[in-house]
Design a protein around this ligand. Structure first.
Ligand SMILES: NC(=O)C1=CN([C@@H]2O[C@H](COP(=O)(O)OP(=O)(O)OC[C@H]3O[C@@H](n4cnc5c(N)ncnc54)[C@H](O)[C@@H]3O)[C@@H](O)[C@H]2O)C=CC1
Ligand SMILES: O=C(CO)COP(=O)(O)O
Length: 335
């Protein structure tokens, strides 16, 4: 197949390598001419994927029109660029070309809708959309470390095509019809990953992080189900799976930014030092706004919003979470 990869950050490059290994003809596009020049000359990006070489026959381009020829267009751009990139692609790609999005977030400029909705709106519903998401650090996929991921779509045919194109004996692709749950899980887990980094940076313990992850999953699933996702999805690869990998791995930019914030650094400075997109920052605003709109209780997300957007001190946010009223973990069915 011909696959056009839009975005040459860590994830775009890692997936380009995987698809090339699977025998596809891969073209990778970058927004930045300078990034294209570096990738052509150095065959990799030492800062984002140290020690990883891009095969020479992956074509690097700054021209998006090549997407017209592709069987699959893979979008791997940060959340803030998904809307504008989808608009540009809509003038280029023919109807029926499958669009796969791997970016994790929500569309801030369009009522925090999901990216599959953003893409469907941009293309007037003419292109099937697949969300490819799960516990997948680019640094490991690029090295062929065993990984599993979820291809979720309203179209079984499109999800199956993506499964065929991406799957190999080191990269296992599951399909799912629950694109709502898959996209929301991938977005909201970043709020908890950023909080887990703060937990580590402050010097709290393993118990603390286990509590944060468990209660974090409970609240993101609560909102996700209210927004139409299925609860099983939040226990799966794009929910619990992605939560585990981002809250525990030093590959995670969200966790690394959180560690710096927990150690006292200002959030903007922490994100700058991480040097790649920290989606949890934007996901916190999206989660906070949606929770308010839907009337869903999300104490960790609210604490993160206070911390990141209202400048509330870390210790005060932690204290407030611990001093909440007593609760039952599951529905109170005692008589
Ligand atoms: N890196 C990873 O391990 C994984 C990342 N993701 C998600 O994939 C998305 C991209 O992540 P990364 O590749 O890590 O990001 P990155 O920060 O490494 O790179 C993003 C790339 O997007 C492009 N870009 C930047 N600004 C742009 C703009 N205004 N318009 C169009 N393109 C632009 C550039 O080519 C840039 O290199 C994020 O939403 C992230 O959460 C998902 C799974 C794994
Ligand atoms: O989503 C990811 C892994 O599944 C990447 O997480 P970070 O953006 O925190 O690095």
């Amino acid at each position: 197949m011909k696959i056009f990869v839009v975005g040459c950050g860590g994830w775009g490059m890692a997936l380009s390598i995987l698809l090339h290994e699977n025998g596809h003809e891969v073209t990778a596009w970058s927004f930045f001419e300078e990034e294209c020049r570096m990738l052509r000359e150095e065959h990799g990006n030492e800062r984002l994927l140290p020690g990883v070489t891009l095969p020479e026959d992956i074509e690097i381009t700054n021209d998006l029109t090549g997407a017209a020829e592709a069987d699959i267009v893979l979008m791997a751009v940060p959340s803030f660029a998904v809307h504008s990139t989808a608009q540009q692609l809509s003038h280029i790609i023919p109807p029926q070309t499958v669009i796969v999005n791997v970016g994790k977030g929500l569309d801030r400029d369009n009522g925090y809708c999901r990216f599959s909705e953003t893409i469907t709106n941009a293309t007037n519903g003419k292109n099937p959309v697949v969300a490819l998401t799960g516990p997948t650090h680019a640094e490991e996929v690029a090295r062929g470390i065993l990984t599993a991921i979820l291809a979720a779509s309203e179209s079984r045919a499109a999800a199956t095509l993506v499964q065929q194109a991406f799957m190999n004996d080191r990269f296992r692709v599951y399909i799912s019809p629950d694109i709502i749950g898959a996209e929301l899980g991938g977005c909201f887990k970043n709020i908890i990953a950023l909080a887990a980094g703060i937990c580590d940076g402050v010097g709290l313990g393993d118990n603390s992080k286990a509590a944060l992850m468990t209660r974090g999953l409970t609240e993101i699933a609560r909102l996700g189900v209210k927004l139409g996702g299925r609860s099983e999805t939040f226990a799966g690869l794009s929910g619990m799976g992605d939560l585990i990998v981002t809250c525990t791995s030093m590959h995670s930019r969200n966790r690394r930014a959180g560690i710096k914030i927990g150690q006292g650094m200002d959030a903007q400075q922490a994100m700058k030092e991480v040097g790649a997109v920290v989606e949890g920052y934007y996901a916190t605003e999206a989660g906070y706004m949606l929770a308010k709109k839907e009337g869903i209780d999300m104490p960790i997300t609210c604490a993160m919003y206070d911390l990141l957007y209202r400048g509330k001190p870390v210790q005060e946010c932690i204290q407030k979470l611990m001093e909440r009223p007593r609760k039952s973990e599951i529905e109170d069915i005692w008589r």
